[in-house]
Design a protein. Structure first.
Length: 120
C-alpha cells in the first residue's frame, strides 16, 4: 500500500516513564503518525466517509497519551497502534513515532523516540 495520511508533530502532555518523577509531572510528548490505506475512493468521491477522519485520530491519540501512565514509550506507541487498527476498518497499517523530547535525565540530548509499524 502506497497511500497514506500523515499527521506530524502532534503535541500532547502525559505522565509516562519509569521514575516516580516522570509520573508525577506532566511532560510533553510529540507523535508522528502515518495511516496506510487506499485513498483512491475518497480521492474520487470527495467524501469524508470514504477515508479516515484525521481529527478523530488526533482525539484518539490525545486520550491515550493523556490517559493511563505507562513505564515505557514503547507501550504507549503500541497502544496507539492497536487502538487505531481496531477502530478504523479502512486502516491497513500504521506507523507511530513517539518522541519524548525532555526526559528527566542529567545528560543533555534531544530526547528519545520509538518508531513502530503495525499492520493487519
Amino acid at each position: 500500500m502506497t497511500d497514506k495520511i500523515i499527521l506530524k508533530g502532534i503535541e500532547v502532555k502525559g505522565r509516562h516513564g519509569c521514575s516516580e518523577e516522570e509520573r508525577k509531572k506532566l511532560q510533553p510528548f510529540v507523535v508522528d503518525v502515518e495511516l496506510y490505506l487506499d485513498l483512491s475512493r475518497s480521492g474520487k468521491s470527495d467524501d469524508l466517509g470514504d477515508t479516515i477522519d484525521y481529527v478523530a485520530v488526533l482525539d484518539d491519540i490525545k486520550k491515550i497519551i493523556g490517559g493511563t501512565s505507562r513505564n515505557l514509550i514503547e507501550t504507549v506507541a503500541q497502544e496507539i497502534a492497536d487502538f487505531l487498527l481496531r477502530r478504523y476498518l479502512l486502516l491497513e497499517g500504521v506507523k507511530i513515532t513517539l518522541h519524548k523530547p525532555s526526559p528527566p535525565v542529567k545528560e543533555k540530548f534531544g530526547g528519545a523516540a520509538v518508531e513502530i509499524f503495525r499492520s493487519r
